[in-house]
Design a protein around this ligand. Structure first.
Ligand SMILES: *Cc1c(COP(=O)(O)O)cnc(C)c1O
Length: 369
């Protein structure tokens, strides 16, 4: 890529392909791969990412909300799309754009069947979500009989898959809990299969699950963060490459005497004479105020330039006293150094949050190496 001359999020499709191949190398050849492209593809560009994954042979996509799937359909993505968190208000959009709802409660099942019947649908694909310990969304054991009965009364829907989400696949200390979740998932699914008389796809692993629980791959796995280059595990990190690089430039450099204030509310006062660089990126772009006052930093010519003072809406100021640089020079906010994971850790956060916070105001540039 040429040097950045403005704030850009670069999206490396070659890295995406490498991550995809690494993750698929960890699953059995017959196991399907679902790519999670919610939240703009973890803050990148969901259509560009989805197109690349289609070319690589992806089996399924998942989004959180129906309109995120609509963006994929508008982008000519024809692969099945699982909507993880639909609401009855979204049924019309889901069916109109041939998306497939996750059904997680008695009310959802009842309402969706009523909707499908009214539309005279036949065997419309749905996905049953089981709560096995995360206590977020999903049917419990006490709902299984209801599900089977409800499904036996209609031909308007057909269960395409059954799934569950695990609470702590990245945490080896929670292995007992995770294995209990997997066991509950197996039991719930088998009970429903007995009742409905056919076998939908089963899936329960996210990225860390793929890497830590190979015995629980079932028919499909769901990867998000791994595709974007993060593994929640130092050992796996070396096999994955960050897809997104956030770059900006130096707008202005200030030579400051000792005792000068920098930014709003005297957020920083220089302890000695030095230099700051002002960068065109701020909290409206996804750089939280929590990174201010020295917690966060950027990379300028390979050197660490700490953020000084408070993060403004459209700007940050960084200390470049010991860095040779000039106005117009390129700045790396995150990418390979620092990674989004390292930067997020500086404020007790995780790459998921930093990546998905990058606002739509920042231009996306997609490239291959
Ligand atoms: C977001 C999400 C995933 C992806 O998890 P990663 O840790 O990013 O791989 C998988 N399944 C469900 C239900 C999710 O909500």
């Amino acid at each position: 890529m040429p040097k950045a001359t403005e704030t850009l999020l670069e999206i490396d499709l070659t890295a995406l392909g490498d991550n995809y191949r690494y993750l698929t190398s960890k699953i059995a050849p017959k196991t399907k791969m679902l790519a999670v492209v919610k939240a703009y593809g973890y803050g990148s560009d969901s259509v560009a990412v989805a197109k690349e994954l289609v070319a690589l042979g992806i089996d399924y996509f998942a989004v959180a909300y129906a309109w995120e799937g609509e963006v994929l359909r508008d982008g000519a993505i024809e692969t099945p799309i699982l909507v993880l968190h639909p609401l009855p208000a979204n049924f019309d959009l889901i069916v109109r754009r041939c998306m497939e709802p996750s059904i997680y409660s008695r009310k959802m099942l009842t309402d969706f069947i009523a909707f499908a019947e009214k539309q005279q649908q036949k065997e419309y694909p749905i996905h049953l979500k089981f709560n096995t310990g995360l206590n977020r969304l999903g049917f419990g054991k006490e709902d299984l009989e209801f599900i089977v009965e409800k499904l036996s009364e209609t031909a308007s829907v057909k269960v395409r898959s059954m799934f569950s989400h695990l609470a702590a696949t990245e945490d080896k200390e929670q292995r007992t809990f995770t294995l209990r979740q997997i066991e509950a998932f197996r039991n719930h699914s088998e009970a429903v299969i007995q009742g409905i008389g056919y076998r939908p796809l089963l899936h329960t692993l996210n990225t860390s699950g793929i890497l830590n629980y190979p015995e629980a791959q079932f028919d499909m796995v769901r990867s998000g963060i791994g595709l974007y280059g993060f593994g929640n595990d130092p050992k796996e990190r070396t096999h994955l490459t960050p897809v997104a690089t956030l770059k900006t430039v130096i707008s202005q450099i200030h030579e400051l005497p000792e005792g000068a204030n920098v930014g709003y509310n005297m957020g920083h006062t220089t302890s000695k004479a030095g230099r700051t660089a002002t960068l065109p990126i701020g909290h409206a772009d996804g750089i939280s105020r929590a990174y201010g006052k020295g917690k966060g930093w950027v990379n300028i010519h390979g050197k660490k330039a700490p953020i000084v003072g408070n993060v403004c809406m459209d700007m940050i100021m960084v200390d470049v006293t010991n860095i040779e640089c000039k106005e117009g020079d390129e700045v790396i906010v995150f990418g390979n150094n620092p990674t989004a994971e390292e930067l997020a850790a500086a404020i007790g956060s995780i790459p998921y949050e930093l990546l998905t916070a990058i606002s739509q105001r920042i231009k996306r540039v997609v490239y291959r190496k």
